[in-house]
Design a protein around this ligand. Structure first.
Ligand code: GLV
Length: 378
């Protein structure tokens, strides 16, 4: 993979190797996709200060997220249907992350189960929770995450109903895929993907199948969320989940200063400034544009992380400079996974590390922990 220099190279390969419905699932935002695009565009608007003639030796990207050591402040986001980008995708990505020394976050809506991921990893991973109406099932998920020794729970706050993603509806997305002529064609044109998929038994939602009761239609994400997710989720429920879990808690999906203040009061360990990768409220501001004011409002009380639009190590540096203690990548690692499985995820992380390291040096800094707004050109 020597000619792969940036994340968009992996994206192009993934597009050739992953059936259209699953590639599109990753590469989509809600409605006009305006917020999805803004997440990336607004990173480009942030400019860096070039500094010269400073000692650039002995650089370090090591940091912490919620007090846990990370080789660079970049975690893998919880992404749905990851095991449809590549057979056993969550297990492969978790192993790549573990070897790299960054957190992997398993989505509730994953294909491989909590137990599958635990069976191939040796260090704790993080688990992302969606709150369903069936609280017994939620308790069961939390207990399974505890049994798997997950070291953080990432509670998603911004998806009690699903934003409409046109591509998924047009593609008739489901897991496992349907066998209509259109879907068969999409898969038949991706023979390697098919062969690898035939070699695994993990082809539907592994955390849910066989665990949740009264599930009538699991194959479609939109019908599952409409039927099962609790649209009345409240701040009181956050307290309940916090107690039920009893470990490090990260609240994902904060985009507003008022909500950030409420989140800080819960005593959670961190918030993730996020618009769900532009997949929920189209028309909402980009994550990076709201990060500074959220950091100003609550940064002294709670750790602030950010996701959405990070496509390079430069973006990571900008986010850290604007006050994020940690960042998350979703699509970049999915493209790596779709392109080349575990090695592709490692390539994603390598690309980001290299860009982050060189950018930091050219800004005249040697330690990621010393990065602050000073490196931003006004
Ligand atoms: C699920 O989290 C999604 O955004 O599709």
């Amino acid at each position: 993979m020597s000619k792969i220099l940036e994340i968009s190279d992996l994206k192009a390969i993934a597009k050739r190797r992953v059936p259209k419905m699953f590639f599109d699932y990753a590469d989509s935002g809600a409605w006009t996709e305006g917020t999805y695009r803004a997440n990336e565009e607004d990173f480009r608007k942030v400019k860096l200060r070039q500094r010269v003639l400073v000692d650039m030796t002995n650089r370090s990207l090591e940091s912490t997220m919620i007090g846990q050591k990370v080789s660079m402040p970049v975690a893998l986001s919880p992404t749905g249907l990851t095991g449809m980008q590549h057979a056993d995708g969550e297990m492969l990505a978790a192993k790549a992350a573990e070897e790299f020394g960054v957190p992997f976050t398993l989505s509730t809506m994953s294909i491989c189960s909590i137990e599958d991921v635990a069976s191939v990893t040796t260090k704790p991973f993080w688990f992302q929770l969606y709150v369903m109406r069936d609280r017994e099932f939620v308790k069961n998920l939390i207990d399974r995450a505890k049994a798997a020794k997950c070291s953080a729970l990432v509670l998603t706050l911004d998806l009690q109903i699903l934003g409409q993603r046109h591509k998924d509806l047009r593609n008739g997305l489901s897991a496992p895929p349907k066998f209509t002529p259109k879907h068969i064609w999409q898969m038949a044109t991706r023979p390697l993907w098919c062969m690898q998929m035939l070699g695994t038994k993990r082809r539907s939602f592994g955390n849910i199948v066989g665990h949740a009761k009264n599930v009538s239609d699991l194959s479609s994400l939109s019908s599952w969320t409409a039927e099962q997710f609790d649209p009345q989720l409240s701040w009181e429920n956050v307290e309940e989940i916090k107690k039920m879990w009893g470990g490090p808690l990260i609240l994902k999906g904060i985009l507003d200063v008022e909500d950030a203040k409420m989140a800080a009061r819960t005593g959670a360990d961190a918030i993730i400034v996020s618009n769900h990768g532009g997949r929920q409220l189209d028309g909402a501001p980009s994550s990076i544009s709201v990060l500074p004011k959220i950091v100003d409002a609550v940064g002294h009380q709670i750790e602030v992380h950010v996701d959405g639009g990070i496509r390079s190590g430069q973006d990571v540096l900008k986010a850290v400079a604007l006050g994020a203690q940690g960042t998350y990548i979703g699509r970049p690692f999915l493209y790596g996974l779709g392109a080349a499985g575990k090695a592709g995820v490692t390539t994603t992380l390598d690309i980001i590390r290299k860009e982050l390291d060189i950018t930091m040096a050219l800004c005249g800094k040697r330690d990621i922990r010393d990065i602050n707004r000073d490196v931003i050109a006004e």
